[in-house]
Design a binder for this molecule. Structure first.
Ligand code: ATP
Ligand code: MG
Length: 387
């Protein structure tokens, strides 16, 4: 009896006219995620996958956003006898004392209605097993979907990642540091259907190659959810040194952040991204007060998405462990922001004062210079282990 994989979309079903675009992008994303041999069938409301390697395929599908549930099911002819046989096959692989049959007859040409099918298949199971019926809290639910060409029978659904297929919402540029937060911000952004590229600011020789390697490995972890993520690297060395030499120490971080946003916005525009993404979370560090965020924001005309803005650190850590970025992020290599860091950066920066300070620097020249040396990293060759 043929087993296939059925994909359920969940939230997608509410998307009206855009539905076919969503499903096409989801199909493409599934094709990118699967390394197994498979045949994929898309119709107006479902995606089915035929493969010999069911377990590996299910595992890969669990990393694809936009999938609500993954169901391994029997695909059989729309015939009473075969459906009966498939129902017995299902219970033979399951443990429990009670059951319930739930039929959905989408194909109204099928002569037996849903309730009659429940009774018919239920009766067959009662006759051929020791199970009893319990319609309220059954141990085993046998679901039967009678569709146009075939009927599908299953009991369990495997939870998918949910969200929207990556790409349906457009593209954003993630400011990715080596820390705990920004990779999670990237993950959550992709979950809502935005494709991302990553941008890392380094300050060689003040920051090391190991710090950059961390970021490459984090990008690779994010690629598990969408293989086409580029990593761009920009040097802030000159900017950071000039800030250091010229401006009061407690304003360094705020002004450095403004440079980052200005540079990121230019790169985003060039790469057709419509938003920036950061891992900021209110109150986490001095530069993440509302006043500080407002001053940093002022540098951008693009929306800045901050998926973690109201997350607790413990929630972020739990997600980092889930997506396997935690161990990489906690490696202690210095970030460009920590190199010349003040012990007490200003927590309530004033915009007019910030602008006064900035006026002492050749801001545009520094930005243009940084932008002239954007490097695109090749991460496909990176190993998973550190260094
Ligand atoms: P993270 O854990 O993501 O490093 P954080 O808690 O250390 O965040 P900050 O250092 O204040 O917070 O950085 C805030 C955000 O600014 C980061 O989440 C990231 O999006 C961006 N950012 C900081 N440093 C860099 C960098 N070197 N390159 C790219 N983006 C950066
Ligand atoms: Mg950081």
């Amino acid at each position: 009896m043929k087993k296939i994989i059925l994909i359920k979309y969940g939230e997608l079903s509410t998307k009206g006219d855009n539905r076919h675009i969503f499903i096409s992008i989801l199909k493409e994303n599934i094709e990118k995620a699967l390394q197994t041999e498979y045949k994929i069938i898309k119709n107006h409301d479902r995606i089915y996958i035929e493969t010999e390697q069911i377990d590996e395929t299910v595992k890969a599908l669990q990393n694809v956003f936009g999938i609500h549930a993954i169901v391994v099911c029997y695909q059989v002819a729309n015939e009473e006898e075969v459906i009966k046989e498939a129902a017995l096959n299902i219970i033979s692989n399951m443990s429990g004392d009670t059951f319930k049959v739930i039929t959905k007859r989408a194909n109204k040409d099928f002569p037996i209605n849903s309730q009659a099918m429940n009774n018919l298949i239920g009766g067959h199971i009662l006759k051929n097993s020791n199970l009893k019926v319990d319609v309220k809290k059954p141990d085993i639910k046998i679901k039967i979907e009678i569709r146009e060409e075939y009927s599908y029978l299953y009991s369990k659904e495997i939870k998918g990642l949910g969200g929207f297929p990556v790409g349906v919402g457009g593209r954003a540029l993630l400011l990715l540091s080596g820390g705990l937060d920004s990779p999670i911000a990237g993950y959550l952004t992709m979950k809502r259907g935005l494709a991302i590229d990553c941008l890392y600011f380094e300050s060689p020789p003040h920051t090391s190659l190991q710090a950059k390697n961390k970021v490459k490995q984090l990008t690779k972890k994010l690629q598990k959810y969408h293989p086409k993520i580029n990593l761009y690297v920009v040097s802030l060395t000159n900017i950071q040194e000039q800030i250091y030499q010229t401006l009061p120490l407690n304003y360094h971080i705020t002004i450095l952040r403004r440079f980052m946003i200005a540079i990121a916005e230019k790169i985003a525009q060039e790469k057709n991204a419509g938003a920036l993404v950061t891992g900021e979370s209110i109150g986490q560090v001095a530069s993440q007060t509302l006043e500080s965020i407002a001053v940093i924001n002022e540098k951008s005309t693009m929306p800045i998405i901050r998926p973690l803005i109201c997350y607790d650190k413990s929630e972020i850590i739990a997600l980092a462990k889930k997506i396997d970025t935690y161990e990489i992020s906690i490696e202690p290599f210095e970030d460009c922001c920590t190199v010349f860091i003040a012990k007490h950066p200003v927590t309530r920066p004033k915009l007019n004062l910030v602008k006064e300070h900035e006026a002492k620097l050749p801001v545009e020249k520094l930005i243009t210079e940084a932008l002239s040396k954007v490097a695109k990293e090749n991460i496909s060759e990176e190993k998973h282990d550190l260094l």
